[in-house]
Design a protein around this ligand. Structure first.
Ligand SMILES: Cc1ncc(C[n+]2csc(CCOP(=O)(O)OP(=O)(O)O)c2C)c(N)n1
Ligand SMILES: [Mg+2]
Length: 466
């Protein structure tokens, strides 16, 4: 079969599957999916460019020269302000109102205080686990600040600032960290695995990089929704991940399908130099994660993650780009340094020098950089800083106390939200668990759970697990 006829067959198959494009309840209108329009591949014997189907714009050459990335200049890092808080392009400015800059600053400070307090709470044995964002607050808070609330977000785990900026409350953070009865995940996840249906943020998954193909798939669905509902403001998907996650096959599969399907997704890689104890030098040989964007045909930018204004401008532009021509993915590599340990289960001084961390803390930091800018505009001073820190600390501790006092979720929730009704096998498990809990009351403190062991009686008596 010739390439042209194979193409037209593929296209006509795709176009004649209206169920893909239309909601069954809607009257179908004719939609031509531009990204699936076939490009015919033809060439002439005298053509100067090789129109091979696998490389459409390649010119012939008689110079035998290998492409050597090591001879190329590194991809530059986009900045708006320098490390002293000075604006580099005065004409352009920072495109941020003073009041908004103050909100961003307060959120970053709140995040950093919450991190310190929760890290200590884990050390005191009051929380089982925690992960801090130190050094990466600007990436999360800054990027989230220019998204549309309807945009759908997929996080890794070090993007607490995204939740905070989108309106996740201190109580919601604490309820999840304590896995108490108010936790939306009903205590089924580890701490920091936040999620919020209301804020359009999918729940964090421990399995590294799985959020990236999920995001590509969601962006494909959103592309179709954007096409079907042109009267509704189009939205995008934003996916965060670390440079370590980019070493997983999932990253490559996701970016490739996002590019071939031209989906409206912004992929934000936080390159903080480490994947737990593995430094970037052991993770890749190329020019970071940004250099991979070109390989997938995706517009790409490297950004200074310590510069919240650069993060904002880059994300705003990326969002616009992602919606151009019905959709296209965009990749951004946001550079930072992971100042904290990987998690409360890690001691990073086993694999890096303390001086390296101290050096980074002194050299650059998204919070101090914004503070310098605010001070330069007479918007901030030592008194304001003291007042903010003391007030924020009190608010966090008050939410912490409230959450710590609440009971754990009812034990019956361990079986819910999988099948509509208990299966025979589940019923056996519930009965066995109930039996064990009743037989060994000294071993299991069931009273800390809402409804105690009786919640299992209710479950067995009820028709549905909901
Ligand atoms: C599939 C899978 N492999 C390994 C792990 C263990 N693990 C958890 S976090 C992590 C490092 C991730 O590094 P990076 O993506 O750079 O994110 P960072 O922690 O630096 O923010 C690893 C290897 C996991 N959770 N899932
Ligand atoms: Mg990392």
């Amino acid at each position: 079969m010739s390439l042209r006829s194979r193409c037209s067959r593929i296209c006509s198959n795709a176009i004649h599957r209206p169920s893909i494009y239309f909601n069954a309840s809607q009257t179908p209108s004719k939609v031509n999916p531009v990204w699936q329009t076939c490009r015919s591949v033809a060439s002439t014997p005298s053509a100067e460019k090789a129109l091979f189907p696998g490389a459409l714009n390649s010119e012939f050459t008689n110079t035998l020269e290998f492409l050597r990335p090591s001879n190329k200049k590194s991809i530059p890092t986009y900045r708006v302000v320098d490390q002293y808080g000075g604006v580099i392009n005065k004409e352009m400015g920072v495109e941020t109102e003073d009041e908004e800059a103050l909100v961003l600053y307060r959120n970053m400070v709140c995040l950093s205080i919450m991190d310190l307090l929760m890290f200590e709470a884990q050390r005191q044995g009051r929380l089982s686990f925690y992960m801090v964002s130190a050094g990466e607050e600007g990436i999360a808070v800054g990027s989230a600040s220019v998204l549309n609330p309807a945009d759908v977000v997929f996080c890794q785990y070090r993007e607490t600032g995204v939740y905070m900026q989108r309106g996740f409350t201190l109580d919601e953070f604490m309820n999840q960290l304590f896995s108490n009865s108010q936790d939306a995940g009903r205590g089924r996840n580890m701490p920091v695995h936040y999620g919020s249906k209301k804020l359009n943020i999918h729940t964090v998954s421990s399995t590294l990089a799985t959020q990236i193909p999920h995001a590509a798939g969601a962006a494909y669905a959103i592309k179709l929704q954007n096409m079907q509902n042109p009267e509704i403001e189009p939205r995008i998907v934003v996916c965060y991940f670390g440079e370590g996650a980019a070493s997983e096959g999932d990253f490559h599969a996701a970016l490739n399908i996002a590019a071939t399907r031209q989906v409206p997704a912004v992929f934000i890689c936080r390159n903080n130099g480490y994947a737990i104890s593995t430094p970037t030098s052991d993770q890749y040989r190329g020019d970071g994660i940004a250099s991979r964007g070109a390989g997938y045909g995706i517009p790409t930018l490297r950004v200074d993650g310590n510069d919240i204004f650069a993060v904002r401008r880059a994300t705003r532009e990326a969002r616009k780009l992602a919606l151009e021509n019905g959709g296209q993915p965009v990749l951004m590599e946001m550079m930072a340094y992971r100042v904290g340990h990987h998690s409360t289960s890690d001691d990073s001084f086993a694999y890096r020098q303390k001086i390296e961390v101290e050096d980074w803390k002194r050299r650059d930091n998204p919070i101090t950089r914004l503070r310098k800018w605010l001070e330069g505009r007479q918007l901030w001073d030592e008194d304001k800083e003291r007042e903010l820190r003391s007030r924020t600390r009190k608010e966090i501790l008050a939410a912490f106390d409230r959450a710590e006092k609440l009971k754990k979720p009812a034990i019956r929730h361990a079986f819910g939200d999988v099948w509509e009704d208990l299966t025979e096998e589940q019923r056996m498990h519930v009965e066995e668990l109930r039996d064990i809990l009743r037989r060994y009351p000294k071993e299991y403190d069931v009273d800390q759970h809402e409804g105690g062991v009786e919640s299992l009686d209710e479950l067995l008596a009820a028709k549905s697990t909901k």
